[in-house]
Design a protein around this ligand. Structure first.
Ligand code: NAI
Ligand code: MG
Length: 477
């Protein structure tokens, strides 16, 4: 049963150049080897632009530019003056928010309402928040005197929140007086490059922010560069482990924000309609390309059937299709590789005996799309209960008591986030305190604020981003 509705396509025009160079030392610089790669629109499979493929030499030039800017301009600058630049970037993001949102949606496939109301808003909020800290750092780390910056930061980010992850890395780094070389993900480089343009227009001293585009090889060169003082990485646990090996034995600092397999726990006493909305937001937001997605639903046995019926009805109302349509809830899967990974895991779920439920809508003829899906009859040993699917696929399991829910929720190598739905405040505290996760949401999910720290336990990584805690990795005392 597909709902009929009139499409309402976002039409803000966005200028996309046929070719993009690196942003190094305040200038646009082609790759030393001249090589480029294509970034495509996953909703149409059409090429949007060719982008410079960063070599180790390009990374070296960017690190040198960042070092020079650090020594000559950024570290000596009065913190109150540094703050002005960071505020200026925040304001420019707000002013160009529509353009950023459209570009984000075209390059990565996420629904325009999400890039418009979440990604761009949160990115600006992050710059505003950290700008405020620039001249107050002596109050940030209690009893630590006047902290100093770390130096040159190398940041590598993923494709699920391209602009927002760039903001999470750049804003605290430069607000604390560091300079940065950022490597965006290869499928979504365009908003980071537009952010570089914004930095140039904000008159940020050349070399404070540098963007080098490329794939994992470019990222590896940045991690290995001897003149980088700190690595900040968000991405897969697999690559996080490779980076740890490279950094081991050097004096580089490191923070890693990796995968997750979060439990969203629904007790029988919860307001179930509200909880189902939270479950839907938890797993289908951004097509489930979310490290903190609520991908394991633990529902109390007595309300299992009722919750499943509600969820079946609710996913039929999700609108899947053109990400530029303002009504779209489920956009395109970011890449064909990710699409194949999701499909493979869904097949494994069926093969291992779980029962697959999907929305029944038709899929667009072009582009990579995946229907909103969930599995019932899942056991903890199934791959779909253990591995990060990073797609719109939920695995439902049951529990009887709070302690059983806690035990099942913690039965994962990850520990990034979790959710608890109950009408009883004391129960929600009892459970939240026992969940081994960096963030626990109570009667909500996927809520973010720049003042709130975010990060993981175990294989979800270490270090915190956001809030006062998010300053620490960028300061020495
Ligand atoms: P990935 O970890 O390979 O990519 C993330 C970033 O790391 C990209 O910028 C990439 O170019 C870079 N990179 C890749 N290899 C590198 C290396 N050896 N050294 C330095 N940088 C390197 O993630 P991928 O392959 O795109 O996605 C695979 C799976 O990882 C997803 O299906 C999902 O499960 C998980 N993932 C988790 C994310 C999170 O936010 N926690 C984000 C992206 C992916
Ligand atoms: Mg793309």
């Amino acid at each position: 049963m597909a709902l009929a509705y009139a499409p309402s396509i976002e039409t803000t025009p966005v200028r996309i150049a046929p070719r993009y160079d690196h942003f190094i030392g305040g200038a646009w610089v082609p790759s030393s080897g001249g090589a480029t790669f294509a970034t495509v629109n996953p909703a149409t499979e059409e090429e949007l632009a060719q982008v410079a493929a960063g070599t180790a030499e390009d990374v070296g030039r960017a690190v040198a530019a960042a070092r020079e800017a650090y020594e000559k301009h950024w570290r000596p600058m009065r913190p109150a003056d540094r703050a002005k630049y960071v505020y200026r970037i925040a304001r420019a993001i707000t002013e160009r928010s529509r353009e950023l949102a459209v570009l984000e949606t075209m390059d990565g496939g996420k629904p325009i309402k999400e890039s418009r109301d979440f990604d761009v808003v949160q990115a600006a909020a992050h710059f505003f928040y950290y700008a405020g800290w620039s001249d107050k750092l002596r109050y940030a780390l209690h009893g630590a005197g006047d902290p100093a910056p770390v130096g040159v930061v190398g940041s590598i980010i993923p494709w699920n929140f391209p602009l927002l992850m760039a903001a999470w890395k750049i804003a605290p780094a430069i607000a604390c007086g560091n300079t940065i070389v950022l490597k965006p993900a290869e499928t979504t480089p365009l908003t980071a490059l537009l952010l570089a343009e914004i930095c140039a227009e904000a008159d940020l001293p050349p070399g404070v922010v540098n963007v080098v585009t490329g794939d994992g090889r470019t990222g590896a060169a940045l991690v290995a560069h001897p003149d980088v003082n700190k690595i900040a990485f968000t991405g897969s646990t697999e690559v996080g482990k490779i980076i740890q090996k490279t950094v081991a034995g050097t004096r580089k600092r490191m923070t890693l924000e990796l995968g997750g397999k979060a439990a969203n726990i629904v007790f029988a006493d919860a307001p179930l309609d509200q909880a189902v909305e939270g479950v839907v937001n938890g797993i289908y937001f951004n097509q489930g390309h979310v490290c903190c997605a609520g991908s394991r639903l633990l529902v109390q046995e007595s309300v299992h059937d009722e919750v499943v019926e509600k969820l079946k009805a609710r996913i039929e109302t999700l609108r899947l299709g053109d990400p530029l349509d303002k009504n779209t809830d489920i956009g395109a899967i970011n890449s064909s590789a990710q699409h194949a990974k999701i499909a493979e895991l869904v097949e494994s779920g069926v093969a291992e005996g779980a029962v697959l439920h999907q929305q029944s809508c038709a899929l667009p003829e072009r582009g990579w799309f995946h229907r909103a899906s969930f599995f019932t009859g899942v056991s903890q040993s199934h791959r779909i209960a253990r591995e990060e699917i990073f797609g719109p696929v939920l695995s439902i399991m049951t529990f009887r008591t709070a302690d059983e829910a806690i035990e099942k929720a913690n039965n994962t190598p990850y520990g990034l986030s979790a959710g608890v739905w109950t009408d009883k405040g004391a129960k929600s505290m009892y459970v939240a305190q026992r969940l081994q996760a960096g963030v626990v949401w109570c009667s909500t999910f996927n809520q973010f604020d720049p003042s709130s720290p975010f990060g993981g336990y175990r294989e979800s990584g270490f270090g915190r981003e956001g809030g006062v805690a998010g300053l620490r990795p960028y300061l020495t005392v």
